[in-house]
Design a protein. Structure first.
Lengths: 452, 452
């Protein structure tokens, strides 16, 4: 029979068992923390009608969509979790209570050009709060608090959520008379680090057609140094001259002031007046998150406030605020940077039961007792030499071997071998379960991420 | 702006928040129990190269596959989790330790004719153990033990895993001289309940061309009543006349005798000599699982032993044994049959914090304390009347409201309202967390499934 080469498509992450266990820990932590803040899990289909999925139309994304027909149906794979949310809320408006808080962790697909660290299939982990008509600004503070909590649980301490407000940004640009050139101005300013302030100023005056005063005002804004309070003061000093700027400054202050009471440490957030976010539907608060020691990674969690979630499906005004973690890319980067903690158990089980005689009934009983005690247990009954059995356990990094020979069988006990320390002692199966559990509790406190 | 109707494709399950919480509980329980038995989680891509996915070729399945091109690539969505497992094991053979035990819970896609209770996108929850060259029969006992444990955790008590062995079946058919007509014989016998033994006998002699003695021997086999021991004895009495039958009988006895020591109650398994399973790659043990009070549902968990997992990818002999739960269909049926327990909390949170004054800082602090205490908490700061806030909480079925008015604020306390009992009492936020946790522990013992 001719063989087909078993291969996985490029741009599609498929992990070996040990890193997959780490990925599960990442996903599990996000699920748990998202739920802790009262977000309800949603699960929308991977496939949607192309008409529904592409209702908003246009843009780079549309070219990347996996679109195909089946029978008469024009179908597409979801390329984010926001459009399915919009569809869901519009379709189920009458059955939902608002504010509607949902999280969704699931795969999305984009046929991007394949390159290292870029994925065509990747997990997004989103939280959004959707209001009916209006939505309190406190939600804009709570969303980053959820993310900060999740990162802390994962062991990532070295991050800053940068927060801005599109109204403050837009109001300032209105004030200095360049409202119509906001996009170009921001695109030019993005080159600041690369080409320096002098060159940016030239481009602002040249390509963007600003007066020297306007260019200076833009540069003053985006290079503003100082504490959060000083940045807020800069906005507030100009608030009486522009209503939009005033509103943005009020919202930004409300968010910044609420974060500490929501449990977010001061070092984990900062006002950053330069953040705009590409997507044109953000209208208020915007967020980006950096790993401070690795700025080259870019933003690991972004989002913001939008006025209207589902305008292409419904006349209902549905404002919302949300944040999204690109989980697959984050995992890839953490792994590449050596930031994953090697002490986290990645074995398929905590204990492996090794019967040394033909009698497997007591071994099966011992495995059952261990499982009842919450120990993830493999029963190993293959006809192999003892040494091979132990080497199997070592290779998988299984922390405990539970050995049952003639003596143990006669005594109704097991020999518990700590595979790392090498120590071995006799227990009843029940006591072995307690012993393993207490050791694992210590190991269970290890965080997934460990930055040296 | 023209609106697009927000709709979900037919045959694609998309649940409202409360049933989605039930579904999450189902999936979470399966994940936990599968892991408890030392199965490691895998996550393979939804999209594979069509050549790889359809390497085995042919059959009904191929017509149902979602297949499409993107650029030059001929792609397909996975239609089960077994082919991706075969690909994974063949591709990563050198990196895996055998026996390799994996579980995978994920969506698969089949473009079947849409009808009530049939899904085009559905979750499968699979466990498989793969050996390198050979695999001990004990694995055939452990696989159904995992499933029995999972169902017990879910609260499903009324099920039987029916077990047969293809070698016993094949050996018996060899023995009576109808080996070449096994498939037709089984297809005919499947009509037993519908058309009765007399008519089946006629078809066996007519359409299948058997002698009356052969037809009687087939009927004797498939209508055999009695205990597991009696059925095993029936096989063993004939074992010296056919080697295949003898081997099947030995394997079946080994499985049946091991199940009790693996913690499976006698009422949850039974020998059923009529089970063959359609898929032609099963070669030994085969399983089907019925809900006894609802035989019309059909099998909710099926599988078996196969000689060679990945023959179309590799020359390595990789025998395995596995079981698969069709989760989406199971959930649909449980829901339709009213078998889901209404007492399981399906609210997005356990407690909702309702500040009654403008001061939200203490409310945010209280929410943070509750979350630190493991209480899933929503902070509600929308500008609504108290009555509307409570009605929001009721509508979502949130068990506890944490009310903070002027008095509470002054005292640094909260009023904890039990939304079901109506009772209300004052606590510090820390004590409120303890109180809610202890009540939820009781509620947490509620199983997902409750058969009246």
């Amino acid at each position: 029979m001719d063989k087909v080469t078993p291969r996985t498509l490029s741009g599609f992450m498929e992990l070996l068992p040990a890193p997959q266990q780490q990925m599960e820990k990442l996903l599990g932590t996000l699920r748990r923390v998202y739920a802790l803040y009262g977000f309800t899990p949603l699960d929308t289909p991977a496939i949607e009608s192309a008409e529904v999925l592409l209702a908003k139309g246009g843009g780079e994304t549309e070219k990347q969509v996996y679109r195909f027909t089946k029978g008469d149906s024009d179908l597409a794979l979801r390329f984010d979790l926001t459009v399915p949310l919009a569809k869901y809320v519009a379709a189920n408006y009458g059955s939902l209570a608002f504010p509607f808080r949902r999280y969704q962790i699931g795969k999305v697909w984009r046929g991007e050009r394949a390159q290292r660290g870029r994925f065509r299939e990747f997990y997004q982990a989103d939280i959004d709060v959707i209001g009916d008509g209006r939505l309190d600004i406190m939600n804009d503070a709570e969303a980053p608090a959820v993310i900060a909590h999740a990162f802390a649980e994962l062991g990532l301490e070295d991050f800053t959520i940068r927060i801005n407000n599109r109204k403050a940004l837009g109001g300032y640009f209105e004030l200095i008379g360049i409202k119509d050139r906001t996009t170009e101005a921001l695109r030019t300013v993005d080159k600041l680090e690369k080409i320096g302030a002098g060159k940016v100023r030239e481009l602002l005056c040249g390509d963007c057609g600003m007066t020297p005063e306007q260019a200076d005002a833009v540069l003053e804004f985006v290079t503003l140094e100082g504490t959060d309070e000083e940045k807020l003061a800069f906005l507030e000093e100009r608030a009486d001259k522009n209503e939009l700027l005033a509103e943005g400054a009020r919202e930004l202050r409300a968010v910044i002031e609420a974060l500490p009471s929501l449990g977010v440490a001061k070092e984990h957030f900062a006002v950053d007046l330069t953040i705009a976010r590409g997507l044109d539907y953000y209208t208020g608060t915007v967020y980006e998150t950096r790993v401070n020691s690795h700025p080259e990674i870019g933003s690991i969690c972004s989002g913001g406030r939008y006025d209207n979630l589902a305008g292409y499906y419904t006349d209902k005004q549905l404002p919302g605020v949300g944040l999204s973690i690109g989980v697959t890319r984050l995992f890839y980067v953490l792994s590449e940077q050596g930031m994953l903690n090697g002490s986290v158990v990645t074995a398929p089980c905590d204990a492996i039961v090794l019967p040394m005689t033909e009698d497997t009934a007591f071994a099966a009983h011992a495995a059952t007792v261990l499982r009842a005690g919450g120990v993830r247990t493999q029963l190993y009954t293959e006809a192999k030499k003892f040494k091979q059995k132990l080497s199997y356990a070592s290779r998988l990094g299984i922390p405990y071997a539970v050995i049952i020979g003639e003596d143990e069988l006669a005594a109704g006990e097991v020999s518990l071998k700590d595979m790392n320390a090498g120590a071995q002692a006799r227990y009843t199966p029940e006591d072995a379960a307690l012993e393993i559990r207490s050791a694992l509790r210590r190991l269970g406190e290890e965080k997934l991420i460990k930055v040296q």
